[in-house]
Design a protein around this ligand. Structure first.
Ligand code: I3S
Length: 128
């Protein structure tokens, strides 16, 4: 189907609900904790905010602020290999800081758009 350009498609500004879990933090493996998260891509920053549902399962839980941000500069993003998750449509995001995240949507159009936006962001925002 034809791609319709909407304001939301700009790689510098994109948002939506995604399923997210950390798998590595500061280079150390951490236990998965999949959670639905309101996700905002703004410039070279990816921000995850607690969803409307609230609750304790949000993957950034335990922090005082219900947000988690990722600096995409110098990072990498690709489709996750099958051994990373049994879920469909999973992106693996690795940051320069040694954090690895899995990002997933049941909707393949949604996740394709996110992969492209994240790739665009990483390739246009150089690590200084
Ligand atoms: O990589 P794993 O350990 O198979 O990840 C699964 C676990 O996080 C599991 O939680 P418990 O460890 O509490 O059973 C989750 O429910 C699963 O969703 C995780 O696997 P998937 O394949 O969904 O990423």
């Amino acid at each position: 189907s034809a791609h319709v350009q909407e304001p939301n498609d700009k790689p510098s500004e994109k948002c939506g609900v995604l399923n997210v879990t950390k798998i590595t933090e500061n280079g150390k493996k951490v236990r998965k904790n999949w959670a639905s998260s309101w996700t905002v891509l703004q410039g070279s920053t990816l921000l995850f905010a607690k969803g409307q549902g609230g609750g304790t399962s949000w993957f950034g839980g335990g922090q005082s602020k219900p947000e988690f941000t990722v600096d995409l500069r110098g990072g990498s993003v690709e489709w996750a290999s099958k051994d990373k998750s049994s879920k469909k449509h999973v992106i693996e995001l690795k940051t320069r800081q040694g954090t690895e995240l899995l990002i997933q949507s049941e909707n393949d159009g949604v996740i394709n758009d996110w992969l492209r936006a994240l790739q665009d962001t990483i390739s246009t925002h150089a690590w200084e």
